[in-house]
Design a protein around this ligand. Sequence first.
Ligand code: UDP
Length: 387
Amino acid sequence: MHNRPVVLIVLGTRPEAIKLFPLIRRLNGDGRFEVRVCHSGQHSTLADPILQLTGVTVDHACAAMAPGQSLDQLTVAAMMAIGAVCDRERPDWVIVQGDTTTALVGALAAHYRKIPVLHVEAGLRSGDSHHPWPEEANRRMISVIAARHCAPTPSAAEALTREGVAPAAVSVTGNTGIDALRWMAAELERQPHLAQRMAALEQRFAGKRVIALTLHRRENIGSGIASVAAAVKQLARREGVAFICPCHPNPLVQDVLREHLEGLPNVALVEPLGYPDFIRLLAAAHIVLTDSGGVQEEAPTFGTPVLVLRNTTERAEGVAAGTARLIGTDPQRIVHEVSLLLADQDAHAAMARAGNPYGDGCASERIANLLADEVLKAKSGSLSLPQ
Ligand code: UDP
């Protein structure tokens, strides 16, 4: 028997590890909860170094991922594994983050056992169920299940209430990714050696303006990535510019980038960077080209303009604030937009100055307090699960 309420946190990928470690650390230090962490194994190679770096202990390591697995197989394997963990731990609450298969399955496993779910980073919507795919549908399904929705921004909260979620169940907390970023930046001040790979790349490209490039979304696999690579090849002919591209391990991403860009003197195609190295890259970069969600949220903290290699985004706040521009994957458009920011200091400064609309670094604190309120409510019998 547990004396304190048990909170089971389910994660499995790099963005979940990054956006949940500040909350796990906060809850562990709280004393009001028994915290358990369940790792689905969806992207262990990318997620595990972050958990190690930040001192997160995994209580239940599942091995839901297998090479060449379909989404169906991943979903079934994760469901069986996370369901078994729920049966063993019998948590009072389950916390999931974002929109991965792990998050959806974690929420569903909890729902099948009538365990309330708290959703971190709730309410993001692109409005197109195929972009990002399958994540847009995943997060909508989680919103149907969750009892408590932690929206990072007011517009994410509005999206939820527009869909019929009770306003009392929605809170604007800020994004825990900004808590993570601030922790990492402070840690790098104390321990600069954590970002040695970036230090070496900065030395290699000393005197050049660095453009960071990340690409991994399923909807860009194929022609999207080839188009981006063609644009980068053209831009990298310029003397004073260098591209640093941490390549996602997915061979469908890596192989195309290598085919187009391998061996170019102004392009470093590198293995995925550890989180500390990547944060140093975002801080050092002149421009970021990305299709990542989290990177759109992070770069504004360092005043680094973001060109988003997608046609839709669920992070419209950055576009509205002027920190990000949606440019898609057409090579001519990419060359045009990058050239503009390289040539026009005022255009660059306007994007750099816009500030970060995604959080203030206190999201985990707010979520921990919300959870404590919910636990007290449940004790007094007033918690209602969604029908
Ligand atoms: N990231 C990292 N190393 C890299 C590229 C990205 O640590 O080489 C981090 C980045 O700081 C961000 C997160 O990974 O917090 C973004 O993950 P990803 O782009 O895989 O997912 P998304 O945010 O699109 O869901």
